[in-house]
Design a protein. Sequence first.
Length: 361
Amino acid sequence: MNDSSWGAPQGAGYRGAPEMGVAPAGPAYDAHEAQQTRPMPNVPDDPDAGRDAQSRANRDGDAARVGGPLFRDEMPQEPMSTPLPSPPQKKRAGRDLRAAIGVGVGLGAVIVASLFIVKAVFVGVIAVAVVVGLWELTSRLQEQKGIKAPLIPLAVGGAAMVVAGYARGAEGAWVAMALTALAVLVWRMTEPPDGYLKDVTAGVFAAFYVPFLATFVAMMLTADDGHWRVLVFLVLTVVSDTGAYAVGWRYGTHKLAPRISPGKTREGLLGAVAFAMVAGALCMEFLIDGGAWWQGLLLGLAVAVSATLGDLGESMIKRDLGIKDMGTLLPGHGGIMDRLDSLLPTAPVFWLLLVLFVGAG
């Protein structure tokens, strides 16, 4: 808003304040022309009449100076009133909450059912999520940057990586990762050499970012109480995201990383930490064998930080690609990768802390 809007403007057609009782210039002519073309009034012989005419002229000039009417049939112009500030807009969520909640509940039911009925089925769920996530990531890389990371060796190697992590532990996961990277290098040799380096670099990055980090979830499952460990891992990550969203939406004013994700706030991060620490203390005390509430506090803090960093990391990738979501498979959420963004980097942190607190099981 400029300065002129704060004061009342001059009357329409006025270009300056009238002087010495001379009528101001109208919209069709200026003051100089008015002084040259307006005939001089005849001074009456009656001195009383002259005094009356002069007093009327003085009144008209005074009225013009204060913004009043110059002629009797001219209505005074009311000054423009300062516009009232618009009422503050109510904050709205950026996604369809009904669809997001419905999809979240459906995914949760599938995960819990597979987790507590047959562990191997849950390993299959992880492998499917990894393959879909790789497809979304490689598709966006090719569409937005022209990078052709080979999907077939990544999908096969990614699924094998998850199975190897469940069957052989960390050693199996590392071997599968190395073989997948080698397969990416060889597969890309079947195409022209232009862009080879960027394509294989993106392929190795995708292999590490999606399936390798996901193998830590499969390794949690190998413990005797593995289903409870995975459940606590999922609960703490979801609670952290929920706390960040709820507190940030209601109280967030200070941006956390405006260049990466303008919607995230420091208040939201504090909400994520508080919610995750409380949930961690309860889960470690009642769901994990040999766990203690103070361990849950530390676990919740670590989960909140790693989940936030993971979310920011994928936001950085999406900003570089110029997209909002990685996919559209999940209404209200985006794509599979938009749900895995906080889970993937949290998995190794959670696995390591559990091993330190209560052992590998």
